[in-house]
Design a protein around this ligand. Structure first.
Ligand SMILES: Nc1nc2c(ncn2[C@@H]2O[C@H](COP(=O)(O)OP(=O)(O)OP(=O)(O)O)[C@@H](O)[C@H]2O)c(=O)[nH]1
Ligand SMILES: [Mg+2]
Ligand SMILES: [Zn+2]
Length: 289
């Protein structure tokens, strides 16, 4: 039997991948069967066989501990979600959707309330309290602040920077690792549908592997049933045990513990609104299918 070597996928191209092995990068030709069956994602561990000094043949992938689809990246240790309240003012539904999808995929999340230099502390504080109370890790950041605590938090991990376009993902990567070859956008172009980062690539930076994802500007979501959507909101899922109907969707049903909790301020209105929005969107999609 031929001895296969184990490498790591840094980037996907149309029919090939870039594979890193020891300190070199090879062009990996992917077998059609492997491509079709396993898809091959960025940060997959793959078994390969050398062909030439620069090319290898990718024979198979190994099991994944998790994977994210927006953008497609496998085996994440941490998803860093970057949110900004100003320039651009981002919709918290993006945040709730990403947190929810990461929860469904068992991916740990760190939320960054970024561009904090543009805001007063008291404007960010309620949001920090809300997401911290839900059990998420939150940090308030700016490229103008000391980022050493954040860098320490990422050490040794494979990390995906995700978030809407223009929030400062690439700027953060550049501020954390000055040698990172990422491009930072011009703020005047934000909001015109222009993305500065446009491909998904795993960057080995010191002892951290980083994917600086392209921003998204559309609220696209994968097909889900209402119970998946409920699972994306741990506080709704827990409270739902008190609803009169066991299949309560917390819309117009009587004796709904969730609506009651929202009224009492025990569940944040913004979270309930995100939940309703995703449910509605999903039902719209289901009608089209
Ligand atoms: N005031 C302020 N501006 C920032 C901060 N971080 C980034 N910016 C600016 O925000 C703009 C967009 O930054 P990028 O890093 O390109 O944003 P991105 O999230 O990578 O955007 P996409 O690649 O399009 O998804 C740039 O003009 C940055 O200089 C910050 O902490 N404070
Ligand atoms: Mg970028
Ligand atoms: Zn209910």
């Amino acid at each position: 039997m031929r001895a296969l070597l184990l490498g790591r996928v840094l980037r996907r191209e149309r029919y090939n991948v870039l594979v890193s092995y020891e300190n070199s990068v090879y062009l990996g030709l992917v077998k059609k069967k492997v491509w079709e069956q396993d898809k091959v994602l960025v940060n997959d561990r793959v078994w390969f066989e050398p062909i030439t000094d620069t090319e290898v043949s990718v024979e198979r992938t190994t099991g994944r501990k998790n994977y994210f689809l927006r953008p497609p990246v496998a085996n994440l240790d941490l998803l860093v979600y970057v949110h900004s309240f100003k320039n651009p003012q981002c919709d918290v539904r993006y945040l709730d959707l990403t947190l929810g999808l990461a929860t469904l995929q068992n991916i740990p999340v760190l939320v960054l309330f970024h561009k904090a230099d543009l805001l007063r502390d008291e404007d960010i504080q309620p949001w920090t309290s809300l997401y911290t109370s839900l059990g998420y890790d939150v940090m308030v950041t700016s490229v103008y602040y000391d980022l050493s605590a954040l860098k320490e938090r990422l050490r040794g991990k494979t990390v995906l920077f995700s978030g809407p376009t223009g929030v400062g993902k690439s700027s953060l990567v550049k501020a954390l690792w000055k040698d990172a070859s990422v491009r930072v956008g011009d703020i005047s172009k934000v909001g015109r549908g222009k993305h500065t980062t446009s491909w998904v690539e795993l960057l080995p930076l010191d002892d951290t592997y980083v994917v600086d994802a392209p921003g998204f500007s559309l609220l696209e979501m994968p097909a889900m049933n209402p119970w998946d959507i409920q699972r994306m909101f741990p506080e709704i899922e827990t409270t739902a045990k008190g609803c009169f109907f066991s299949d309560c969707l917390h819309l117009k049903e009587p004796s709904c513990a969730v609506k009651e909790a929202v009224k009492k301020g025990l569940i944040a209105e913004s979270r309930y609104n995100s939940y309703l929005y995703f449910l509605d969107k999903q039902q719209e999609e289901a009608k089209k299918r």
